[in-house]
Design a protein. Structure first.
Length: 652
């Protein structure tokens, strides 16, 4: 077998039993790897209504057939389980970079499945064919850096790769992360909390085996060609220089992305002097960092030289971390924002949900819906970074009002009442990122139909952004076909033009899923587009010896999207939750170039109808039809959904 390892590890933490299972070639061809392998397990081995903190919840770590190869940006790993963060508890996954995933491939495995609960803190140690569970009691309570350093010393090899949880995961903060390579976070859906619920502190891996490539010379040549195209892409060049903060700068028409200032969503005047990628690059950047085999190296290493936070150094920040703990909470003060990002990484906290919880509290406090009597004397005032730093500690340790915020904003709102849930920007309980859904309608459609709750990374409709029109017009025309003319004529207001977004959204989710299944980062192929589905498919074929077309690969992606959707449908979540909160349909944007933008309910419903039609999903329920499930080889899914479909219609 080339490309794949053809094996996975199955661990029962309750009994301590460890098995190595063979993965048949037909199974691998059906699910490819990483996200595909995991999503099949989450559906099959969990059940309707299962508590995510149940020992039976399967926690899966998956890598792809290109993981650990010379393929560009092949350092990704997908972690999946039922999510403790979402409402209801549906499919949850996260995707993280770093170097841990490739090491699992070198040890000879495509996947790890963990069930049960250890009777004490435990870590899993994988050293090629030697696999064992070890006592982690001495590591419990340590942050992610302390854990990584202690385990590296204990195991006696600096090349061991470690992924772990911090104190937030131990205390079951619902949006706790998993951290590897010190600062590469797998966040959003609470996979760190699932890990903590199993008393699993870490997984350490050391491998010495080769990844077998079917056609090595052609594969190597294709990888070199792909890297050349990535390096010459204008959008990639900006990301190489500024990191992911170039996305903030691009949205605001500042910095190296200032060429696009006529297509800005806009924040505060003069912000380019205080906040953003160029400011960070000039004042705080120590060095660039890259995940395994990455030609982009969007990671930053920060060093603060002076002021109250002098001496602070850490890996980061990335854009969403900085924006959710900064502008979302009313501050553009770089240094305390960076300190908050560092603390979240050490504690193992998702920065987006942390910022969302605090900004929700600030919104409620400003509107008189939350008082100091509720918060234990904490005044939640916009931009108060001293208070924010304290509250992050409280969330991690589940102390005082932080214990409530650790449940996530929607559960906190349900507890407080007073209609505070109307101020939580979320879909299926997972809060939005920092991008306003009223001004980027492709993203807003993607938030609502994402298969892990509100999320931009499952349906990254980046072709809707104005810079893409100049850079990737050929791809826009290919994807949208007869809709391309309408799409292009909508410029520069295309971001709020929802009519062409359903087709773009469906294509984007399947394109992104290819990268996830193969173990590749989305930046070279689903954020920017120097690589297209046909390029990724060719790399896959050269590595594995398969002969799959790009259309067939997109159909495999559709299979994965459909089984993830079915996990939600089984919980009664369908069209009823493919929506936004009323605020985005009723309250227009208050200022900036998109002042007045608001979601139109009639256009929204029409867009959802079209999105379902493209998927061959039932318009009334939002469930995949039996015909499409069977066509995708998901007969076992169709059988389970019949009962859920009847229950959904009965409630409706």
């Amino acid at each position: 077998m080339e490309g794949w390892a053809g094996k996975r590890i199955r661990v029962d933490l309750t009994s301590g039993k460890i098995e190595v299972e063979a993965l048949p070639l037909e199974h691998l061809k059906k699910w490819i790897g990483a996200r595909g392998l995991n999503s099949e397990v989450v559906f099959k081995e969990s059940s309707q209504g299962m508590d995510p903190f149940s020992p039976d919840n399967p926690l899966c770590f998956g890598v792809g057939p290109l993981s650990g190869t010379f393929a560009p940006s092949s350092g990704r790993v997908t972690v999946s389980a039922r999510s403790p963060m979402t409402t209801p508890h549906g499919h949850g996954d996260t995707n993280m970079g770093g170097h841990w995933g490739p090491e699992l491939r070198y040890a000879g495995y495509d996947q790890i499945i963990l069930k049960g609960k250890a009777d004490k803190p435990t870590y899993l140690w994988i050293n090629d064919d030697d696999i064992e569970l070890r006592d982690a009691s001495h590591l419990w309570g340590k942050d992610s850096m302390e854990t990584t350093l202690a385990m590296t010393e204990e195991l006696g090899d600096p090349n061991i790769m470690i992924t772990c949880i911090g104190p937030a995961g131990e205390k079951l903060v619902r949006y706790a992360c998993i951290i590897n390579t010190f600062n590469r976070a797998g966040g959003r859906t609470g996979m760190g909390a699932v890990m903590g619920s199993k008393n699993l502190k870490a997984i350490a891996v050391r491998g010495s085996k080769a990844v077998r490539i079917a056609r090595p010379k052609e594969f190597f040549d294709m990888c070199k060609e792909a890297r050349t195209r990535i390096d010459s892409d204008p959008a990639v060049k900006m990301m190489q220089a500024e990191g992911t903060m170039m996305l903030f700068d691009m949205a605001n028409g500042i910095g190296l992305a200032g060429a696009y200032k006529n297509h800005t969503t806009g924040f505060a005047p003069g912000i380019e002097e205080k906040f953003g990628g160029v400011v960070h690059m000039k004042k705080y950047l120590h060095s660039r960092e890259g995940c395994f085999a990455c030609p982009i190296s969007c990671g930053r290493y920060t060093y603060i030289k002076e002021g109250p936070f002098a001496g602070t150094h850490f890996g980061g920040p990335e854009m969403e971390s900085a924006c959710n703990l900064g502008p979302r909470c009313g501050t553009y003060d770089w240094e305390p924002v960076m300190k908050m990002v560092q603390n979240c990484d050490l504690y193992g906290l998702d920065t987006i949900s942390t910022g969302a919880a605090m900004s929700w509290a600030m919104d409620c406090y400003e509107n008189g819906l939350l008082t100091e009597a509720d918060t234990g004397g904490i005044p939640f005032v916009w931009g108060d970074t001293d208070t924010m730093l304290k509250v992050i500690d409280m969330i991690c340790n589940r102390e005082g009002f932080g214990d409530l915020l650790a449940e996530g904003a929607i559960r906190a709102a349900w507890k407080i009442g007073r209609e505070t849930e109307k101020l939580v920007p979320h879909c299926r309980g997972l809060e939005h990122i920092s991008c306003d859904p009223r001004t980027v309608t492709g993203f807003s459609l993607g938030y609502a139909v994402s298969t892990r709750g509100s999320d931009h990374l499952k349906n990254m409709s980046c072709l809707e952004f104005p810079p893409a029109v100049g850079l990737y017009q050929d791809l826009i025309e290919e994807v949208l076909g007869d809709q391309a003319k309408d799409f292009l004529e909508a410029q520069p207001n295309n971001l709020i033009h929802i009519e062409t977004k359903p087709k773009l959204c469906k294509w984007s989710e399947e394109d992104k899923c290819i990268a996830d299944m193969l173990g590749l980062c989305c930046f070279p192929s689903a954020w920017w587009y120097p690589l297209r589905p046909e390029d990724l498919t060719k790399l896959f074929n050269l590595a594995t010896g398969m002969d799959v077309t790009s259309d067939e690969m997109m159909r495999i992606s559709a299979r994965v999207v459909n089984i993830e959707r079915a996990t939600w449908n089984r919980e009664g979540s369908g069209r009823n939750q493919d929506v936004h909160i009323d605020r985005y349909y009723e309250l227009p944007v208050q200022d900036g170039p998109y002042k007045g933008a608001v979601l139109d309910r009639k256009k929204w419903e029409k867009a959802i109808d079209e999105y379902y039609r493209l998927h061959s999903w039932d318009k009334e329920t939002g469930f995949p039809s039996n015909e499409v499930l069977k066509e995708l080889g998901l007969d076992f899914v169709a059988e389970q959904l019949e009962k859920a479909r009847k229950e959904y219609l009965k409630k409706k």
